[in-house]
Ligand binder design. Structure first.
Ligand code: COA
Length: 487
């Protein structure tokens, strides 16, 4: 007799590690019925709960049973295609064991009906119409410093107060690469008696200044997208500074644009935009919304201490907007989100102690620590290796050779930082096309910097080209978003 059929009919020896389900059912069934009745089912459920059922407790030979589901892979969570992949990974072990097994275990994690990924469909940019050059800024600071030294001449002579030394255009440009910055109010910043923008309060009934900026950038993104706002399911406002704790700025923007759904604010300092894209990508991968509007209004001139020579040149004002959409409804064009990754490591090297608790410690109100303060050198030293390694690791995990990246839209804080990171990632000196710099004109615009770069420098790229949006800053925090141009 041929061996095949005999093998097929051979009885299998009972496995002592596996309780005989049929026998259990027989024992628990009410007489005269083929399957257990309600009481029998309850007893069966109880047995399983007590750990007497299949797959529970320890095996007779002392080994623990194999886990029902493999744990998710270690390391930072991902969005976009990554998220879709890791979802599939979570549910695969259940389904791999056959439909019967999956049914028996009644998995609480269900496979999403579709595995759509996020697409960056459109972007928008609002740029204030006033700009300050380094020469204008240094002149204002020097006028302030002269006035301060004159006012404190006696204390300076006594050694009780430190004399202020002048700022210089050469230093600013060499140390940061910044040549100018856009601001909402130039006059206030350049007034040596004020050294702060003049942005009058608005009535609660009026659109707030930051909402107005965000709406302007959002309208541009929506127009480029070409779809009605009714398709947007969520609005995220991701920025370094919110004008108030509540109601959320994002909800004000949502209302101004006539968007249904929900909105919330999130603040991860300069990394807010990549954290926002990741959040949007995760919403899309989970199927909770089909399109997300993320806005990044930044009035950095209001948190910058223009009386501080070490940092008075760093920031500018701007707003950006990004529409992240599900791939299953996205039209042609845009950018596939290949993967997103976030990282945070606590540091006091960039800090701002402004907050609602200031009211409970009035002696601190108005002190320099209630604005942006940083240890620039330390930030440079800590963040450059952290971000370079993160980019290279994330690229490799996605199967991308970092040297083949066509473009990097890095956070725009300091040109030397970006050149360092660019060299480390590409393994050679990047060209100006590969490593986009817009901070010369915009300065550091916090969360908006990498998005401005992405918005302004992508039109020449071809379908299939891969690029990286990356932000980093206070926290410390960093986010990487790898994208590929769609056809
Ligand atoms: N004009 C002229 N000289 C200045 C100056 C100014 N405005 N500000 C500082 N200097 C002087 C300092 O007094 C110091 O002089 P010294 O050597 O005689 O003591 C010298 O310039 C160097 O100062 P330092 O602060 O060490 O400069 P730097 O080369 O580190 O550059 C930053 C300063 C802030 C531009 C740089 O550290 C940086 O960009 N770091 C990263 C910051 C960052 O990315 N932050 C993220 C924010 S989101």
């Amino acid at each position: 007799m041929p061996a095949g059929p005999r093998l097929r009919v051979r009885r299998q020896e009972p496995d002592p590690s596996r309780p005989d389900r049929r026998r259990q059912r027989r024992l628990l069934a009410l007489p005269g019925r083929g399957r257990p009745g309600p009481r029998g089912r309850r007893r069966l459920r109880l047995r399983r709960r007590r750990g007497q059922g299949r797959d529970s407790g320890r095996l007779p030979h002392g080994r623990a049973p194999s886990p029902r589901r493999r744990p998710p892979p270690a390391g930072p969570s991902r969005g976009g295609l990554d998220a879709a992949r890791s979802q599939a990974y979570l549910v695969r072990p259940e389904t791999e064991r056959g439909p019967q097994a999956a049914r028996r275990r009644a998995p609480s994690v269900r496979a999403p009906r579709h595995m759509s990924h996020a697409v960056i469909a459109a972007t928008g940019l609002f740029t204030p119409d006033q700009s300050i050059s380094n020469a204008e800024l240094a002149a204002a600071y020097n006028a302030y410093a002269e006035r301060f030294n004159a006012d404190h001449a006696a204390e300076i002579a006594e050694g009780e107060v430190a004399e202020l030394t002048p700022s210089s255009v050469e230093f600013i440009e060499k140390a940061s690469g910044i040549k100018s910055r856009f601001v909402l109010d130039k006059a206030g910043v350049l007034d040596p008696a004020r050294m702060a923008p003049n942005i009058p309060e608005r009535a609660d009934e009026d659109l707030s200044i930051m909402a107005e900026m965000a709406v302007a950038a959002a309208r541009q993104a929506i127009a480029a997208w070409g779809k009605p706002v009714s398709e947007i399911g969520a609005v995220l406002c991701a920025a370094s500074n919110m004008p108030r704790p509540y109601p959320a700025l994002s909800i004000e923007v949502q209302q101004a644009l006539g968007i249904d759904g929900f909105a919330f604010d999130m603040n991860v300092a300069c990394s807010s935009a990549t954290f926002g894209i990741k959040t949007a990508a995760d919403f899309i991968a989970s199927g909770s919304v089909k399109a997300v509007l993320m806005v990044n209004p930044e009035v950095c001139s209001a948190h910058l201490n223009f009386k501080d020579r070490d940092s008075h040149f760093i920031f500018g004002d701007v707003a950006t907007a990004v529409i992240v959409e599900s791939s299953d409804q996205a039209g042609p064009g845009g950018w596939d989100v290949l993967g997103t990754r976030l990282k945070t490591v606590f540091s006091n090297n960039i800090r701002n102690n402004f907050g609602f608790l200031n009211n409970a410690a009035p002696e601190g109100i108005g002190q320099p620590d209630k604005m942006f303060v940083q240890q620039g050198r330390k930030v440079f030293k800590d963040v450059v290796p952290m971000v370079s390694d993160m980019i290279v690791d994330h690229a490799r995990d996605l199967g991308i050779d970092p040297a083949t990246l066509k473009r990097m839209w890095l956070h725009q804080a300091n040109i030397n930082m970006n050149q360092f990171i660019g060299r480390k990632v590409l393994g050679r000196e990047p060209t100006p096309e590969e490593n986009v710099i817009i901070l010369d004109e915009y300065a550091n615009t916090s969360s908006a910097g990498s998005i401005i770069a992405f918005h302004l420098r992508q039109q020449d790229m071809a379908p299939g080209d891969t690029g990286l949006i990356c932000s980093f800053g206070a926290g410390y925090s960093a986010g990487t978003v790898f994208v590929r141009k769609r056809g």
